[in-house]
Design a protein around this ligand. Structure first.
Ligand SMILES: Nc1ncnc2c1ncn2[C@@H]1O[C@H](COP(=O)(O)OP(=O)(O)OP(=O)(O)O)[C@@H](O)[C@H]1O
Ligand SMILES: [Mg+2]
Length: 234
């Protein structure tokens, strides 16, 4: 698996005014690599992830998967090629049981009880419940993560997997991202950021750093990057 993101920009029109949300984003992600995208609220993380999944279409730039140009591929086509996506706020499915959802994701013979239990959930308490809003936010998120993991995609895209999950449990869940897929994970969670192979730091829709975790981590805690950018912006 090789994902290449080349000069992606995303602009929207608001009251006749063009707003640049992402500007000239380029990076790549290879087999088994874990990349964490982090950055301030509104820096463009979710927008970038949605562009990778085909939920949004970039204004310019290209996305290649294993050398193939998938920029104009639909969500469905990308899913078939092996890309899975988990929303910042999970989607619910009224009338569908947890068991059905997990079977749809992983196939009839998938070991979904095991995956649920890795997510800290007792299968017998949840399999027959509906995947609806009666589940708590954290329960919805855990089930959503379980369904993405069960798909065994080549490339998983997670938008804030920690959202809604209590911090103590999430610390224990960090290991679920050491799977054999490549993972691109939008996150603000320190443990997860520290475990990544690379960090992509977004600032105002631009890449402010993209490098091995040990190189970017000190910049995050010292706030160096913010200061440098501020000077550059005058
Ligand atoms: N259609 C749109 N029209 C105007 N502004 C938009 C539109 N879509 C996104 N934005 C803006 O683009 C910026 C990036 O949004 P995005 O959701 O990607 O941020 P984020 O980095 O995921 O933030 P958070 O950490 O809060 O989830 C935000 O300022 C948002 O308000
Ligand atoms: Mg977001």
């Amino acid at each position: 698996m090789m994902l290449e993101v080349k000069n992606i920009s995303y602009e929207v029109e608001n009251n006749g005014e063009g707003i640049v949300i992402l500007n000239n984003i380029s990076f790549s992600c290879k087999n088994c690599e874990n990349i964490v995208i982090t950055g301030e609220n509104g820096s463009g993380k979710s927008t970038l992830l949605k562009i990778l999944m085909g939920i949004l279409t970039p204004t310019s730039g290209k996305i290649l998967l294993d050398g193939k140009d998938i920029t104009n591929f639909s969500i469905d086509e990308r899913a078939k090629l092996g890309i899975a996506y988990s929303f910042q706020i999970p989607v619910t499915f009224k009338g569908i049981s947890v068991e059905r959802l997990l079977k749809l994701a992983g196939g009839e013979n998938a070991n979904y009880c095991d995956t649920l239990s890795k997510m800290g959930m007792c299968a017998k308490d949840y399999l027959f419940r509906e995947v609806d809003k009666k589940l708590s936010g954290g329960e919805q998120k855990r089930i959503d993560l379980a369904s993405v993991l069960l798909r065994n995609a080549k490339l998983n895209l997670f938008d804030e997997p920690e959202a809604g999950i209590d911090i103590w449990s999430f610390d224990r869940l960090v290991d679920i991202f050491s799977n054999k897929s490549a993972n691109i994970i939008v996150s603000h969670q320190r443990k997860l950021i520290e475990k990544a192979d690379k960090i992509l730091l977004l600032k105002n829709g631009e890449i402010s750093a993209f490098d091995k975790t040990e190189k970017v981590l000190p910049l995050l805690s010292e706030g160096k990057i913010c200061k440098k950018l501020r000077r550059e912006n005058g």
